[in-house]
Design a protein around this ligand. Structure first.
Ligand SMILES: *[C@@H]1O[C@H](CO)[C@@H](O)[C@H](O)[C@H]1NC(C)=O
Ligand SMILES: *[C@@H]1O[C@H](CO)[C@@H](O)[C@H](O)[C@H]1NC(C)=O
Ligand SMILES: *[C@@H]1O[C@H](CO)[C@@H](O)[C@H](O)[C@H]1NC(C)=O
Ligand SMILES: *[C@@H]1O[C@H](CO)[C@@H](O)[C@H](O)[C@H]1NC(C)=O
Ligand SMILES: *[C@@H]1O[C@H](CO)[C@@H](O)[C@H](O)[C@H]1NC(C)=O
Ligand SMILES: *[C@@H]1O[C@H](CO)[C@@H](O)[C@H](O)[C@H]1NC(C)=O
Ligand SMILES: *[C@@H]1O[C@H](CO)[C@@H](O)[C@H](O)[C@H]1NC(C)=O
Length: 546
């Protein structure tokens, strides 16, 4: 319930500004002025947080991904973007991108941006200044533009983003992306710029580079990203803070790397210890250490584990998974959980239903049948080769069971067991800047960590833009439940497509009956899955490599 303490002057400004919000001028950041928000000419918004719902869409990509609605331009053009903690640029697909003019599975289904239709657009850095490639082989190239971007209940002017004039999506529909990692990892050759977490902080919408992610159950339609605060009703038990590991290549904290220091399975009531005793720090990077360094990456669907770990710990306990990484969806109902210990400090328990997810045909939005009976599911723990970065990605399959506070300023992640399907009214607390911001904000059980002694990637300090904040006419991305999922992306049997485990056609709510026409002859299955697995491997391993 606690909110940030501010000077009374600041509070007054925020209050009076609230009534008349439309155009609050915000001074540009100035690296010469020190940390007091007032000294930097920033005005904090009343509240200190901004949030938006994120929704899972299986129909857009194998294994699903989490998307948020944002707007860009004047008048606003609606966009659906992938929420990605594993990269750092916001970008939209340009209406002129050739793939956006097609209708196939690589078309642009999340909306496109036409700069010519925006009267506030300008080019910040001409093409190909924005040139990015992702772990899945997708690429996006174009200029960096600047325009008004809408998120939650705010519109911010002069936000920089990539305009993908050339898009190659390898994993399904081309869709823009909102990377919320450290600006250090922006896809720029020369000119770093304040990215979304930094813009929000610079404008005073939030107090520090911090946000909380709650994906919710695989069978739920929407979760949320909350910038600047924590919703204490979205987790149970202790919220535990851990220091982010230094990047093995740069030596600084610039990506969300943590350690899985232990793992156990519970199968039909029997607990099976798998490994334990790993180091909760950079020692985990060494080959001999049992801990697994992992990148907490909402832009990846699966948890990628080293092949040796997969063979030793995962495969023997999940024998029903075939050599192609798929299985019958009936296993979603098994009495099985995995418990991951993070940073030698907190255990997170993940039910099997979160990592056995249906596979859909992106053209028809229908499930695939599994040759052995029932519908086909992908097993979202996958063996993976070394990335050369010292970590592998831990994606949505595990993150759904976690509440994660990403605290970029302090180089820390705070983790708790997600309270799936929480029906409590939200209790949003604002987090103030500084090392004890979270401790001051939460009254629930909290375990702090000593300061991170690694160097922490700083904010970009040479920004030339000056931001302006105003309130959006209606809150962007506010739908919940089925309504959160765009109609064209709803899959049969429910938008998030679990349920319908075995026994053929689910009681599909949407287009039904098509299942019979979709049965893939067994001989075709392998071909289908070869296509599927490359897609899966790509999405799954999609730790963004910049
Ligand atoms: C984008 O970057 C890649 C890798 O550096 C390079 O090969 C490619 O030519 C660049 N594309 C453009 C259009 O400049
Ligand atoms: C995109 O993919 C197509 C077909 O695979 C290829 O011809 C083209 O060169 C690729 N473009 C870029 C920018 O990588
Ligand atoms: C996590 O669970 C394992 C297995 O029950 C237990 O041995 C370990 O102490 C737990 N770790 C923490 C931090 O509670
Ligand atoms: C998806 O369904 C369409 C339409 O029935 C079909 O043409 C296509 O081959 C299917 N895709 C795969 C990968 O099976
Ligand atoms: C959460 O709610 C969905 C439906 O809204 C339900 O299918 C699912 O079983 C629930 N999950 C839990 C863990 O209760
Ligand atoms: C900011 O500008 C100064 C002076 O031109 C330069 O030394 C510094 O490297 C720049 N920093 C960044 C992050 O671009
Ligand atoms: C996102 O936008 C789509 C298309 O306008 C809409 O159907 C959906 O409800 C929106 N989602 C949220 C979470 O508001």
């Amino acid at each position: 319930m606690r909110t940030t303490t501010t000077t009374s002057t600041l509070a007054l400004l925020a209050t009076s500004a609230h009534a008349a919000l439309p155009h609050l001028s915000i001074a540009k950041r100035d690296s010469n002025l020190q940390t007091s928000p007032l000294a930097r000419g920033l005005i904090r918004r009343d509240g200190g947080t901004v949030g938006t719902n994120v929704f899972d869409i299986l129909a857009y990509s194998t294994g699903g991904a989490y998307y948020a609605n944002v707007t860009v331009g004047t008048p606003p053009q609606d966009q659906v973007v992938i929420l990605d903690t594993g990269s750092s640029d916001l970008y939209f697909d340009a209406s002129t991108a050739s793939t956006c003019e097609t209708t196939g599975p690589y078309s642009c289904r999340g909306g496109t941006f036409n700069p010519q239709n925006s009267k506030t657009y300008s080019i910040a850095d001409p093409a190909p200044a924005f040139n990015t490639s992702f772990g899945d082989g997708s690429t996006a190239v174009g200029p960096f533009g600047q325009d008004v971007v809408g998120l939650g209940d705010v519109l911010i002017s002069n936000v920089q983003f990539g305009v993908a004039q050339e898009v190659n999506s390898t994993t399904g529909y081309a869709i823009g992306l909102m990377g919320v990692g450290y600006s250090e990892n922006e896809a720029v050759q020369q000119h770093p710029y304040p990215n979304m977490p930094e813009v929000l902080r610079d404008t005073g919408v939030i107090n520090s580079r911090l946000y909380s992610v709650f994906l919710n159950d695989v069978a739920e339609y929407s979760g949320s990203i909350l910038f600047g605060g924590i919703d204490t009703t979205k987790y149970t038990g202790e919220l535990a803070t851990l220091n982010i590991l230094a990047d093995i290549n740069t030596g600084a904290v610039d990506q969300f790397v943590q350690t899985v220091t232990g793992l156990s399975a519970s199968i039909s009531g029997k607990t099976i210890p798998l490994f334990s005793g790993g180091s909760p720090n950079e020692q985990a990077y060494t080959q001999t250490d049992t801990a697994l360094p992992v990148l907490l990456d909402t832009g990846s669907s699966a948890w990628s584990v080293p092949t040796s770990y997969y063979e030793k710990y995962i495969a023997p306990n999940f024998k029903f998974v075939d050599s192609q990484g798929s299985c019958s969806c009936s296993h979603q109902n098994d009495d099985t959980t995995l418990t991951l210990e993070f940073g030698a400090k907190i255990n997170i328990t993940v039910p099997i239903r979160e990592f056995v997810v249906p596979i859909y045909n992106a053209t028809t939005n229908q499930p695939y049948p599994y040759p052995g009976g029932g519908e086909a599911c992908a097993f979202m723990i996958v063996p993976a080769q070394s990335t050369g970065q010292g970590f592998q990605t831990l994606g949505d399959a595990i993150l759904r069971s976690m509440y994660v506070v990403f605290d970029l300023d302090n180089g820390q992640l705070s983790l708790a067991q997600a309270k799936i399907n929480s029906t409590d009214a939200p209790n949003i607390v604002t987090v103030s800047a500084g090392p004890s911001g979270i401790a001051k904000a939460v009254s629930t059980s909290y375990s702090a960590a000593p300061s991170n002694t690694n160097s922490i990637a700083p904010e970009v300090m040479n920004a030339t833009g000056s931001f302006t904040v105003s309130t959006a006419q209606s809150t962007i991305g506010s739908a919940t439940g089925t309504a959160a999922v765009p109609a064209d992306a709803q899959v049969s049997g429910g938008a998030s497509g679990t349920g319908s485990s075995s026994g053929g056609s689910s009681s599909s709510t949407g287009s039904k009956g098509a299942a019979a026409g979709l049965v893939v002859p067994r001989s075709d299955w392998s071909g289908l899955w070869v296509a599927g697995i490359s897609v899966a491997m790509a999405v799954l391993g999609a730790g963004i490599v910049l």
